[in-house]
Design a protein around this ligand. Structure first.
Ligand SMILES: *[C@@H]1O[C@H](CO)[C@@H](O)[C@H](O)[C@H]1NC(C)=O
Ligand SMILES: *[C@@H]1O[C@H](CO)[C@@H](O)[C@H](O)[C@H]1NC(C)=O
Ligand SMILES: *[C@@H]1O[C@H](CO)[C@@H](O)[C@H](O)[C@H]1NC(C)=O
Ligand SMILES: *[C@@H]1O[C@H](CO)[C@@H](O)[C@H](O)[C@H]1NC(C)=O
Ligand SMILES: *[C@@H]1O[C@H](CO)[C@@H](O)[C@H](O)[C@H]1NC(C)=O
Ligand SMILES: *[C@@H]1O[C@H](CO)[C@@H](O)[C@H](O)[C@H]1NC(C)=O
Length: 710
């Protein structure tokens, strides 16, 4: 267990290391650009004659350090690097009162050419100018419960303008209102009720409607007061409203609303109820999904009853795209609902409206301050396989990530971000994307392309001498004219066609060059293995590194390995040259080989069953029956000895067996076996056993000391 853990730690340690080390793991490399594309640290040697005859051109692809070590000159090493060109970099404006639009972000345009896998970092500066124009769109829920709020806002117009002037000299306000789709089940469609959806006692009630844009952005306080004053309460049936319909139209109908191009755009939404979302339209049989486009006629949203509500995601994306920051001024009971919504809309704020909306001006001011003190930079849709991360360079800046956040920023203070762009793969053509702070019009345009081609600056000759004058040089390799192939175009295809040349590289219709080499000109060019040894043979079927091993040495260290087979030195033999050619170790001191009870193999006795090395002299296992059953065996096998009449009881040998019965034909086989056993293991014949003199002289018996006798 402990070993396992430490091994794991070791492996993990190596993993971490290898991330830091510059490596080039090659896959299939046929050209310089294959090489460049296969890793950020892969470089290519374009030196002529860098590869040896027969060597793969892929050997030109490696890390710079490796290539240099193998003798490639520095300026022959091709390795495109990242480049960054700042193409527009106008200085940041100090205030909003400049002739042209104020500049709040720098640089404005960069051109990146990236090597896949190699990140590039640059700095982005942002400074909000003082007095930057503000467009505020007051979007009000006019469902019946908002009656008192409507009364308040009619009196708050002046204060709203005053508050805005505290922020900017170029403030403008617009106004819109909404209720809900005028179809069942959202609104009572009884004609009377459509005309007057409020309670009976209400004198001033306007017909049911979805979203109405009332007043385009204006600096004129009087216009605002007059238009708002004309507003009447309306009504619907259910409590969620068509809020998202209204926000969507206000976001996408830029011309109608009068959003200025250079302004901070705010929508202040006042409501005391929740909102319908995409899918709710089905309740009224409205199936057409929201298409995020503007449909306004005579200030009314015309598709209100034909198109479903937008989803929260659609609203969020259009708000972001149009740099609009919503402030949800909602009653206490709706606070949590709108906080949830706000979490899904990046630049938004929630404030709690008092019952009659009297606090709306302070609420807007507080929300505006919160919105503008937090700078969040991010990007729009990125090309495939491109990553961008941001590191805020402000005190207390958030962590690096796919958004960069600086908080508590004061107007006029510059904040910076490190922007790191990485392309993970080659991209086919130049792509661009925008980076910028949320809610701010200023964007940086990043034009991005990848550097996946090699600029080798090849010799111009069509028929270069190093390519046998039959091809031109291409990043150090030969690119042969039609009809010629080979590393140096040395091979004319001539009469033969490509396929018969290829067939010549296959042994018995097998894989071309056994998969261990390339077929060039009908000849296999075998690969160099990782360890440095080469495959060889007509079809690369041979190698010198995979012979049998003995004592962990190739061919026991006693021979050479050729094409998977050991060629042993003269005095050795065996598949791994593990055997010394000699029987010296098999001979007893008296000179017999394995005492005649075995054969000498690999200078070692291979004894018949039971006998022991080195000389097959002893057989402890076989002797035991000679001692314990000797006389009985003698009796049964040879019908001699003291127990010839009856050995079964005396020795417990097969209870009923009696010696004379061996004449029984059924017993003759047993007797024969016992005789064989006896001769082999106990001696040559019964005479030796019965005669005590023989006992003493038999070599087996000589070694029997210590073994209990019968
Ligand atoms: C490459 O090798 C060929 C043949 O050995 C030789 O003629 C040629 O000059 C060499 N080229 C270079 C650039 O070394
Ligand atoms: C920002 O980028 C610069 C240049 O790449 C680098 O030197 C600096 O360390 C980076 N700062 C941080 C905080 O990552
Ligand atoms: C505002 O921006 C849009 C799109 O960028 C452009 O078409 C339009 O002319 C601009 N309007 C003004 C007044 O600059
Ligand atoms: C190789 O394939 C061809 C065509 O399939 C066949 O005619 C030929 O006998 C095959 N040769 C061997 C050695 O298998
Ligand atoms: C393989 O081993 C043989 C015998 O030593 C030798 O002649 C041959 O050159 C070796 N081949 C390679 C490619 O190492
Ligand atoms: C063999 O010996 C046993 C016991 O010693 C005895 O009972 C038996 O009768 C003997 N058999 C013969 C044929 O002597």
């Amino acid at each position: 267990m402990y070993k396992c853990v430490s091994l794991l730690l070791l492996l993990m340690g190596r993993g971490v290391l290898s991330q830091e080390v510059e490596v080039c793991s090659k896959t299939v490399i046929n050209s310089c650009s294959d090489c460049i594309r296969s890793g950020a640290y892969c470089t290519w040697c374009k030196q002529l004659n860098f590869t040896k005859p027969g060597e793969q051109e892929a050997a030109r692809c490696d890390t710079r350090a490796q290539l240099e070590e193998r003798g490639c000159m520095g300026n022959d090493i091709i390795s495109p690097m990242n480049t960054l060109t700042v193409t527009k970099n106008t200085a940041l404006s100090t205030n909003a009162f400049v002739k042209d639009e104020p500049i709040q972000l720098r640089p404005q345009e960069v051109n990146l050419k990236l090597r896949p896998g190699l990140p590039r970092t640059f700095k982005l500066d942002f400074r909000r100018v003082e007095g930057y124009p503000v467009d505020l769109y007051y979007l009000m829920d006019l469902s019946y419960s908002m009656e008192d709020d409507l009364r308040s806002i009619k009196t708050l117009g002046n204060e709203l303008f005053k508050a805005l002037q505290g922020i900017t000299k170029q403030g403008r306000i617009g106004f819109g209102s909404f209720v809900d789709k005028t179809v069942l089940p959202f609104t009572n469609t009884n004609p009377e009720k459509l005309k007057k959806p409020c309670e009976e006692k209400e004198l001033f009630c306007q017909p049911a409607f979805g979203y109405r844009h009332v007043l385009s952005m204006t600096e004129n306080k009087a216009d605002f007061n007059r238009e708002v004053d004309k507003q009447r309460i309306s009504g619907n049936l259910d409590s969620p409203e068509g809020t998202l319909d209204a926000i969507m139209q206000a976001a996408v109908c830029g011309d109608r609303i009068g959003w200025r191009n250079s302004s901070t755009r705010l929508i202040v939404l006042t409501t005391d109820d929740g909102f319908h979302m995409a899918g709710d339209g089905k309740l009224a049989g409205i199936l057409e999904p929201n298409d995020e486009r503007c449909y306004m006629d005579k200030q009314l949203y015309t598709k209100s009853n034909d198109m479903d509500y937008p989803s929260v995601g659609q609203v969020a994306s259009q708000l972001e795209k149009n740099n609009i920051q919503p402030i949800f001024a909602v009653t206490k009971n709706m606070e949590n609902v709108y906080r949830e919504l706000s979490r899904m809309i990046p630049k938004s704020e929630v404030g709690v409206l008092s019952e009659d909306s009297k606090n709306v001006v302070e609420l807007i001011q507080a929300a505006y301050n919160r919105l503008s003190s937090k700078v969040t930079v991010t990007h729009d849709a990125l090309p495939d396989n491109v990553r961008v991360t941001y590191t805020p360079l402000c005190p207390g800046g958030g962590p690096a990530g796919d958004k960069g956040v600086c908080d508590n920023v004061i107007v006029g203070e510059m904040v910076s971000f490190n922007v790191t762009v990485t392309a993970d793969e080659c991209i086919d053509r130049e792509r661009s994307f925008l980076i910028g702070p949320l809610g701010i019009k200023d964007k940086l345009k990043v034009s991005l392309s990848t550097r996946c081609e090699c600029e080798c600056d090849d010799p111009k000759e069509e028929n270069h001498k190093d390519c046998d004058r039959k091809g031109k040089v291409n990043c150090g390799m030969c690119s042969c004219n039609a009809g010629f192939v080979g590393q140096k175009c040395e091979c004319a295809i001539g009469e033969k066609d490509e396929s018969s040349l290829r067939a010549a590289c296959r042994k018995d219709n097998g894989t071309e060059c056994e998969g261990r080499g390339d077929c060039v000109c009908g000849i296999c060019q075998c690969y160099v293995q990782q360890g440095g040894s080469t495959y060889y043979g007509t079809h690369c079927e041979c190698e010198n590194e995979s012979c049998e091993k003995f004592q962990n040495k190739l061919c026991g260290g006693n021979g050479k390995c050729r094409c998977k087979i050991c060629e042993c030195n003269p005095e050795y033999e065996g598949t791994a040259c593990q055997c010394k050619k000699s029987d010296e170790q098999c001979r007893t001191p008296s000179g017999s080989v394995c005492s005649g009870r075995g054969t000498c193999q690999c200078n070692q006795c291979k004894c018949i069953e039971g006998y022991q090395r080195p000389y097959c002299l002893t057989c402890p296992a076989c002797q035991t029956p000679c001692i314990t059953k000797g006389k009985c065996i003698e009796c049964l096998g040879f019908q001699t000895g003291p127990f010839s009449k009856n050995c079964s009881q005396t020795f417990g040998w097969r209870g009923q067996l009696l010696c004379p019965d061996t004449k029984d034909p059924r017993m003759s086989g047993v007797a024969k076996h016992l005789r064989h056993h006896w001769r082999l293991h106990c001696g040559r014949g019964p005479d030796r056993l019965t005669d005590p003199a023989h006992h003493q002289s038999h070599p087996l018996h000589e070694r029997r000391e210590g073994v209990p006798q019968v």
